[in-house]
Write a protein that binds this ligand. Structure first.
Ligand code: GTP
Length: 388
C-alpha cells in the first residue's frame, strides 16, 4: 500500500510539469540524431554553354578539388574542357555532419555547328537517375537505395549576350519539369556592377516571358522575423546569381583568398561586394538544400513516376487490345501473342506497389515503436524494482 505513495512522493515535485510535458517535444532531436548518423547526400549538376566556368565554379563552391584526376595544365588553367557527362563524388565532413556530395558536370554546348537538341543527353541523364530510383524502389531491397537523383542544376548564362539566347531558353525549357533550375550569370568579373544589375533584370523578365519554370524559393512564413524576410527578398532579387570562379589562391590585403589576379587588381570570389558566390553557396548548403531535395522528390520525381505508371497502363491496355484483336480475327500472326493481359492486372500492379509502400511504412512504424519501447519499459521497471 505504501508503494504508490512513495511513487507519488518521488514525482510529486514535477507533477504539474509532467502533466504538460509528454515528451514529443524531443522529436526534432530524435530526427536530428538519426539523420546525422545516416549522413546526407546531395547531387548538383552544372550545365550551360561551353567555357563559362562551370567546372571552375563547382571546384570553388565546396572548397575541394574535384578535378584532381584531370591532367594538370598549369595551376591556373588546370581544368580542361568537359567532353562527356562526368560524375564526381566527394565525402565531406563538417562538425561531425557527413555530406556525400555528387557533382555532375555536363559538356558545354555551343561549340558544335549544329546545336539542336544539345540538351538531350542532359535530360536523358536526369531521366536515367529517376528510372534507376523507380526500379530500386519497386524492388525487394528498398532499405538502402542509393539516391542519385539530381537535386539542383546550376544553369550558366553568358555575360556576353543581351540576356538569354535562344539555346538557353530551349535548354531550360527542356529541363524545367525534371530538375530544380537555378540560373547563374557566369564570369561576373567581366561586367560592371551596373551591367550586372541590368542583365539580372532583363534575364528575370525573359524567364517570365518565356514561361521558364526555375526553382522557386519557398515563401516566408508570416511569423518570420524582419531580418529573415529581408534575407529572403535579397535572395529572390539575386536571381540569376552573378558568380565568379577561380582555382587559385591569391594574396589580397594580407590575406590568402580564392580569387582572380588581374593587372588592375584582384577579384575575390568570396567577397560579396564582388559577386553573389557566397549567397549562392549559402542558399545551396545552409538554407535550401533540404527544400531542393524535397521539391525533387515531391514534384519532379512524382511527375516522372506518374508518367511511368501511366505509360505502363497504356502498354498493358494496348497489349490486351492487340490480343483481343488477334483472337477475334483468328490470325495468330504477324502480331506475336504475349500472355493474355487484362486491365485488372495493371490495377493489380499498382495495388501491389501501394501494398509494398504500406508494408514498408508499417515496418518503419513498428521499428520506431520498438526503439521507443525500450526507454518506456525501463521507466516502468523502476517502481517494480522498488517493489522487490
Ligand atoms: P566546358 O568544359 O567547355 O563546358 O567549360 P566550363 O564551363 O566548365 O569552363 P571552365 O571551368 O573549364 O573554364 C573555362 C575558362 O574560363 C578557364 O580558362 C577558366 O579559368 C575561365 N574562368 C572560369 N571562371 C571564370 C570567371 O568567373 N571569370 C573569368 N573571367 N574567367 C573564368
Amino acid at each position: 500500500m505504501q508503494e504508490p505513495q512513495q511513487q507519488h512522493q518521488d514525482h510529486g515535485g514535477h507533477e504539474d510539469q509532467d502533466k504538460e510535458y509528454v515528451g514529443f517535444a524531443t522529436l526534432p532531436n530524435q530526427v536530428h540524431r538519426k539523420s546525422v548518423k545516416k549522413g546526407f547526400d546531395f547531387t548538383l549538376m552544372v550545365a550551360g554553354e561551353s567555357g563559362l566556368g562551370k567546372s571552375t565554379l563547382v571546384n570553388s563552391l565546396f572548397l575541394t578539388d574535384l578535378y584532381k584526376d584531370r591532367k594538370l595544365l598549369n595551376a591556373e588553367e588546370r581544368i580542361t574542357q568537359t567532353v562527356e557527362i562526368t560524375k564526381h563524388t566527394v565525402d565531406i565532413e563538417e562538425k561531425g555532419v557527413k555530406l556525400k556530395l555528387t557533382i555532375v558536370d555536363t559538356p558545354g554546348f555551343g561549340d558544335a555547328i549544329d546545336n539542336t537538341e544539345c540538351w538531350k543527353s542532359v535530360a536523358d541523364y536526369i531521366d536515367q537517375q529517376f528510372e534507376q530510383y523507380f526500379r530500386d524502389e519497386s524492388g525487394l531491397n528498398r532499405k538502402n537505395i542509393q539516391d542519385n537523383r539530381v537535386h539542383c542544376c546550376l544553369y550558366f548564362i553568358s555575360p556576353f549576350g543581351h540576356g538569354l539566347r535562344p539555346l538557353d531558353v530551349e535548354f531550360m525549357k527542356a529541363l524545367h519539369e525534371k530538375v530544380n533550375i537555378v540560373p547563374v550569370l557566369a564570369k561576373a568579373d567581366t561586367l560592371t556592377p551596373t551591367e550586372v544589375q541590368k542583365k539580372k533584370i532583363k534575364i528575370r523578365e525573359e524567364i517570365e516571358q518565356y514561361g521558364i519554370k526555375i526553382y522557386q524559393f519557398p515563401d516566408c512564413d508570416s511569423d518570420e522575423d524582419e531580418e529573415f524576410k529581408q534575407q529572403d527578398l535579397e535572395l529572390k532579387e539575386s536571381i540569376p546569381f552573378a558568380v565568379i570562379g577561380s582555382n587559385t589562391v591569391v594574396e589580397a590585403k594580407g590575406k590568402r583568398v580564392r580569387g582572380r589576379l588581374y593587372p588592375w587588381g584582384i577579384v575575390e570570389v568570396e567577397n560579396s561586394a564582388h559577386c553573389d558566390f557566397v549567397k549562392l553557396r549559402n542558399m545551396l548548403v545552409r538554407t535550401h538544400m533540404q527544400d531542393l531535395k524535397d521539391v525533387t522528390r515531391e514534384t519532379h520525381y512524382e511527375n516522372y513516376r506518374a508518367q511511368c505508371i501511366q505509360s505502363m497502363t497504356r502498354m498493358v491496355v494496348k497489349e490486351r487490345n492487340r490480343n483481343k484483336l488477334t483472337r477475334e480475327s483468328g490470325t495468330d500472326f504477324p502480331i506475336p501473342m504475349g500472355p493474355a493481359v487484362s486491365e485488372s492486372e495493371t490495377e493489380k500492379l499498382i495495388r501491389e506497389k501501394d501494398e509494398e509502400v504500406q508494408h514498408a511504412n508499417h515496418e518503419q512504424e513498428s521499428h520506431h515503436d520498438q526503439e521507443h519501447e525500450a526507454p518506456h519499459n525501463s521507466e516502468h521497471s523502476e517502481p517494480d524494482q522498488e517493489k522487490h
